[in-house]
Write a protein that binds this ligand. Structure first.
Ligand SMILES: [Fe+2]
Length: 305
């Protein structure tokens, strides 16, 4: 009798301890991951790209703001922001303050669903359901102010756009879409073969849905950066992410992987998914998946993946 009564208590105590760790420690345990990416043309010197994503910032999150501001000390050649910056109606000044020193460097961005819609209280279990979608009836956030703040500082808006940017004297062709998670992507409007005279062809998207990754890949964009997944957010040690909240396989929830858009030559790209730096204010837990930014060092790679 005593034994069977103590088991639930142990389970409850273990659950409370895990929740305390996930919400109290890991949520604020910001990490910089460093990854080498063999994607440049043979003979190229390295290019340093800082990938930040999913800040989900609210006014007053001082520790997160200061950590992001300090990333400028890495002196990246290019900054890529893959969206979901906002988590509050008054968060735009906080985001622009956090990114302030990085805005002095060449940068590009796309927006995510959480830049458009105010976070709402939902059943946290929805996060673990496949493709648990956003609530499009939520009040709109001031995403136009965010976009204007970023573009007026010189960053390029890649929401359904294609252009070139110069970083460390290299010519980079960049293409991006608005967020596929809320069906704002219009890749057909910007599709077309990558410019082989550029030093790099880079694709950028918030939620890494295959309907965007596939045509970017077959167009010849050799590296694609995305966010949205939060790396799974609640992960199982060793096993990894339980969900990606999109149609990307679980094993690609964060980090660098090869994306295959088919079997033929030219049907592969390198995909980097950031686990991001925040969470919804209504699901403030991370487990076995600390918040992160990534310094990608691009180096010369093989002619063909
Ligand atoms: Fe997010």
């Amino acid at each position: 009798m005593r034994r069977s009564a103590s088991l639930p208590l142990a389970v409850v105590a273990g659950g409370v301890a895990a929740l305390g760790y996930a919400a109290g420690y890991e949520l604020h345990s910001y990490r910089l991951r460093r990854v080498e990416v063999p994607v440049l043309k043979p003979g190229s010197r390295p290019l340093r790209v800082l990938h930040v994503s999913d800040l989900h910032l609210r006014p007053g999150q001082r520790r997160k703001r200061e950590w992001v501001r300090a990333l400028a000390g890495l002196e990246p050649d290019l900054v890529v922001n893959t969206g979901d910056n906002l988590a509050h109606q008054r968060a735009v000044p906080a985001v622009l303050d956090a990114l302030g020193p990085l805005l002095e460097r060449p940068g590009v961005f796309v927006l995510g669903s959480n830049d458009y819609y105010e976070p709402v209280l939902k059943n946290p279990a929805r996060y673990l359901l496949p493709n648990g979608g956003p609530t499009l009836s939520s009040p709109l956030l001031p995403w136009g102010d965010l976009r204007d703040g970023l573009t007026s500082a010189g960053w390029l808006d890649l929401n359904n756009a294609r252009t070139r940017i110069k970083a460390d004297h290299r010519e980079i062709e960049v293409v991006g879409t608005d967020d596929p998670h809320i069906r704002r992507d219009r890749y057909a409007d910007v599709a077309g073969p990558a410019d082989t005279t550029a030093d790099l062809s880079l694709g950028v998207v918030h939620a890494p849905y295959r309907r965007v990754l596939d045509p970017m890949t077959t167009d010849g964009f050799g590296l694609i950066l995305a966010g949205h997944t939060h790396g799974g957010q609640l992960c199982v040690p060793v096993f990894g992410a339980l969900v990606t909240n999109c149609d990307l396989p679980r094993g690609q929830a964060k980090g660098l992987s090869v994306h295959r858009a088919g079997n033929g030559p030219g049907a592969r790209s390198l995909l980097h998914v950031s686990a991001g730096l925040g969470t919804s204010p209504y699901a403030p837990v991370r487990f076995a998946c600390p918040p992160e930014a990534t310094l990608l060092t691009l180096v010369a790679g093989p002619d063909r993946l």
